[in-house]
Design a binder for this molecule. Structure first.
Ligand SMILES: Cc1cc2nc3c(=O)[nH]c(=O)nc-3n(C[C@H](O)[C@H](O)[C@H](O)COP(=O)(O)OP(=O)(O)OC[C@H]3O[C@@H](n4cnc5c(N)ncnc54)[C@H](O)[C@@H]3O)c2cc1C
Length: 533
């Protein structure tokens, strides 16, 4: 479990240092050309706070002076998110933009009052949940404002109410996912939202970014869990959502969900909750080749028998996973798969959390061509499912450029999209002595298509670590732009904003700008995010 101090970690995910086992290091060296060069870390400093003294006093009157922080450590602790480039910047490579102050409101009314004050003073406001954005969503950009504050919602940490009959719970925006699960478990419920950022991300952040958890096939994406929202805007409070379904015009809740702090600050979310699972079952299967794997998952999706967790790794991701695990069990598994005639193993993890017996039978009746490799693999995945960010810390510490990106498209274009992104990333990152490893998996499937999630590892270019990843990311975005969505769940932030107009059209960008003009007429909310202007 992460603690309060971890909330401020910006150069890594966790204080807990994980080291790669020797066999994993050997594998990385031989496959990628990694040698023992490390990017030196240097002390990062915050620029001088530009928050006018009088504005500081006004904010202190609202939240109390102890809750307006201007010390360098507090500001650096909310300077940007947790993408590879953010982590690099906090290690000393790249620029860190710190907010001019951190403001910690205690409740929704204080949030509304802070926004009104910031609108009056022309001060930018970056809503800050867990700060796990990987797309620049919490970058402290000033835009045309003289100063910008990080509005950290950490004190909005209450479970407000539970309606057992309707299976609804009202959670404040700053509740972190593990706390939400604990609070709900005390009432016998779960939210079931388990993104890989689970340990640090918040309810408000999930809603603001249309997050997708690893069990999205069973519990839905976060927007499917949102029944109602309470939103603070510079124009006052806005509440949306009075019934499970409504024909009262377009669903304005969905305008707020995914608005990334540009239209208002979500202070409370009424979420749909489910009974806590009493039985869980996770299992591993192997398909021979990516195309067969995709076909199998598509059939599960179209027959509506997906497991709650349905995650298909391509051969590269499967190979890397086995290589990094090592040991005799992996050797035995490889031998077993060879004996079963599998030449291109693609690991499929299936996990059921409700009505397990019946639903598992339905899934397995439809699953074709899969070799069963047992519960230990499935359970190992479940127990290690939040380990990724710690492994990223370990990899970065030994000089690896390691980052992820994601997209989604229709089944008929999925193969093309995967090939295009792989080619773009491989082309941009290959260099003498540096061979990239590009892995991919499907973890969110729908009747009409699926998401693709890419992980890249390559020895860091010590002379230009920032440019190395920026060029690769741009190449991948350009490949994606023609074939799928620019983001399936990481959101737009700053990084994807140049590609938004291609996806929603110039008219779509204008619609968003018009809505913003109504809700945030002075443009103080999250400057520079979501829309390209
Ligand atoms: C290692 C790692 C793994 C990840 N895995 C996943 C994953 O599996 N699935 C997934 O969906 N995402 C994932 N992400 C991305 C990220 O965790 C999500 O975007 C998450 O929803 C952000 O929540 P947060 O509380 O950290 O929000 P923040 O990072 O604090 O904010 C994200 C955006 O929402 C805005 N915002 C935050 N709170 C509010 C609020 N109350 N009201 C209005 N706006 C607000 C911010 O201004 C910002 O634009 C991952 C990130 C990391 C670093």
């Amino acid at each position: 479990m992460m603690n309060r101090e971890d909330h401020l970690r910006r150069a890594d995910w966790s204080a807990e240092q994980v080291e790669l086992p020797p066999h994993a290091l050997r594998w990385l060296r031989s496959e990628t050309g990694l040698n023992d060069v490390h990017t030196p870390t240097r002390q990062v400093t915050a620029s001088v706070s530009e928050l006018p003294e009088k504005a500081r006093d006004v904010l202190a009157d609202i939240v109390g002076s102890a809750n307006v922080l201007t010390a360098d450590g507090d500001r650096l602790g909310r300077a940007g998110g947790l993408s590879y480039l953010d982590l690099l910047a906090h290690k000393g490579s790249g620029a860190v933009a710190a907010p001019d102050a951190v403001v910690l409101p205690a409740d929704p009314d204080e949030v509304t009052a802070v926004l009104a004050a910031c609108a009056e003073w022309g001060i930018g406001v970056v809503p800050f949940g867990g700060g796990t954005s990987v797309v620049g969503g919490v970058a402290a950009l000033r835009g045309d404002k003289q100063a910008v504050i990080a509005l950290d919602l950490v004190r909005l940490d209450q479970l407000v109410s539970v309606d057992r009959v309707s299976r609804l719970a009202v959670l404040q925006a700053g509740v972190r996912a593990p706390a939400a699960e604990q609070l709900l478990a005390a009432h016998g419920f779960t939210l079931g939202h388990m993104p890989q950022s689970f340990e640090r991300a918040t309810i408000g952040g999930f809603a603001a970014t249309r997050s997708a958890g690893q069990a999205s096939s069973g519990y839905g994406r976060f927007e499917d869990m949102v029944e109602a929202v309470r939103v603070a805007t510079p124009r006052g409070e806005w509440r949306l959502g009075v019934a499970p379904a409504s024909a009262a015009g377009p669903d304005l809740r969905q305008l707020v969900v995914g608005s990334e702090g540009t239209l208002g600050v979500i202070t409370e979310v009424t979420v749909r909750i489910r009974p806590l699972p009493t039985v869980r079952r996770y299992e591993g299967f192997v398909l021979d080749g990516w195309e067969r794997g995709v076909e199998a998952v598509r059939e599960l999706a179209q027959h509506r028998v997906l497991a709650d967790v349905t995650r298909l790794s391509d051969m590269d991701e499967t190979t890397v996973g086995l290589a990094l695990t090592g040991g005799w069990k992996v050797k035995a598994l490889r031998a077993y798969l060879k004996a079963r005639g599998v030449s291109e193993p693609c690991l499929l993890i299936l996990g059921w959390e409700s009505d397990v017996q019946r639903r598992r039978a339905a899934t397995l009746n439809t699953l074709r061509g899969a070799v069963r490799v047992g519960r230990p693999l499935g359970e190992a995945w479940r127990h290690g499912r939040f380990a990724g960010p710690r492994q990223r810390d370990a990899l970065m510490n030994i000089g690896v450029c390691v980052e992820t990106l994601e997209t989604a498209t229709h089944w008929s274009k999925l193969g093309l999209l995967r090939s295009a992104v792989r080619a773009a990333l491989t082309g941009a990152l290959s260099a003498p002595g540096r061979k990239p490893v590009v892995m991919c998996h499907i973890s969110h499937s729908y009747e009409t298509g699926a998401s693709l999630y890419f992980t890249v590892m390559v020895p860091r270019d010590e002379r230009d670590p920032v440019g190395q990843w920026k060029r690769a990311k741009q190449a991948a975005c350009e490949a994606i732009e023609k074939l799928g969505t620019i983001t399936h769940h990481h959101a737009v932030g700053v990084d994807h904003s140049p590609y938004l107009a291609t996806e929603i059209g110039e008219l779509g960008v204008e619609v968003l700008a018009a809505v913003k003009q109504v809700l945030d007429p002075t443009g103080v909310l999250n400057p520079g995010k979501l829309t390209p202007r």
